[in-house]
Each structure stands twice: as structure tokens, then as C-alpha cells.
Write a protein of this length. Structure first.
Length: 175
């Protein structure tokens, strides 16, 4: 009898650990699916992991940005769970604009919430690095600081087109 009780306790303990592990895998899988969807321009896959009311606009906005924006890589840097229903995920994104060709790096934080058995990415904002089209500005006091930047411009970096005509003065030779 004592052996049977120990076996039942052991099985229940393993089942509880397995359930906890499965929830973590589900979050990890959702994070991977969303970010892979963005990385490879599979926006319908990524959109399945955001709230339903935002999906249509999300796909439309991403398609527009994809005309110039190229994501070359992403890395999940940190996953910090807050209980069983929320997580903050830090992602490092490498990207460039076709119109510029300069590789940039941006760290973003994604807020994930679990409703039922599904994890949804409910907010994404830049933490540091270059401003990136489509990301809200850095988080201050837990809230994004402003609206998403214009989809055609990556941020405050100026190009020669923004400055206007450039004049040069003759260079004196010191020989």
C-alpha cells in the first residue's frame, strides 16, 4: 500500500511538472512562430498570434513596410514570465531598408498574454537601438512613449536627400 501511494505521488508530481513545462513550450513556440513569421514575411502566421481585432490592419501595415524593410535575423534574448498569463520577451532584431542598405540592430520588448490556452503578442515597443518602422518608441514607466514611426522612414538618421544640396569649398593643399 505504501509503495502504491508513493507511486501515485510520483506520477502526479511528474504530471504537474509536465503541465508546467508544456505551458512554457507553448509560450516558446508562440514566440518563435510570431518572430519567424515577421522574419520571413509570413504575416498571416504572425497575425494569428495577435488579438483578432488587430489582425487585418497588422497584415496590411506589414505588407506596406515590407516594400522597403528587410529583417535579416532575430534573437530571443530574454523571456520573463509574470505568473501564468503574462510574459515580457526581449528580442534583438537585425534589419535594413532596401532604400538605404545599412544594417541596423534594434532591441524590442514584446508583451505576451495568455487567454485560455493561447498566447497572444499584445504589445511591442523598442527598448534601445535604432528606431525601426512599425515599433512603438521606448517604454517609459511601463508604457510606450509614442506612436509608431512613419512606415517609410527608419528614424531620425538623415541621408543626403534629407539635407539638400551640398556645396564643397576648395581644399587647400599643404605641401
Amino acid at each position: 500500500m505504501k509503495y502504491a501511494m508513493c507511486s501515485i505521488v510520483a506520477v502526479l508530481s511528474l504530471a504537474a511538472c509536465g503541465a508546467r513545462q508544456q505551458n512554457s513550450e507553448t509560450l516558446a513556440e508562440s514566440i518563435r512562430s510570431y518572430n519567424e513569421g515577421i522574419r520571413w514575411q509570413r504575416y498571416a502566421i504572425a497575425a494569428a498570434l495577435i488579438p483578432p481585432a488587430e489582425r487585418s490592419k497588422f497584415v496590411e501595415d506589414m505588407d506596406e513596410r515590407a516594400e522597403d524593410l528587410r529583417i535579416t535575423d532575430y534573437e530571443v534574448v530574454n523571456v520573463a514570465r509574470s505568473g501564468k498569463t503574462e510574459a515580457k520577451v526581449q528580442v534583438k532584431v537585425s534589419w535594413y531598408m532596401d532604400s538605404e542598405g545599412t544594417l541596423r540592430e534594434t532591441h524590442a520588448v514584446q508583451t505576451w498574454q495568455r487567454t485560455g490556452k493561447t498566447w497572444m503578442m499584445v504589445e511591442e515597443a523598442r527598448m534601445r537601438g535604432h528606431e525601426m518602422p512599425g515599433l512603438l518608441e521606448p517604454i517609459e514607466d511601463g508604457k510606450p512613449a509614442g506612436a509608431a514611426p512613419h512606415p517609410a522612414k527608419p528614424g531620425p538618421q538623415a541621408s543626403i536627400r534629407d539635407v539638400g544640396p551640398v556645396t564643397t569649398a576648395p581644399v587647400e593643399s599643404h605641401q
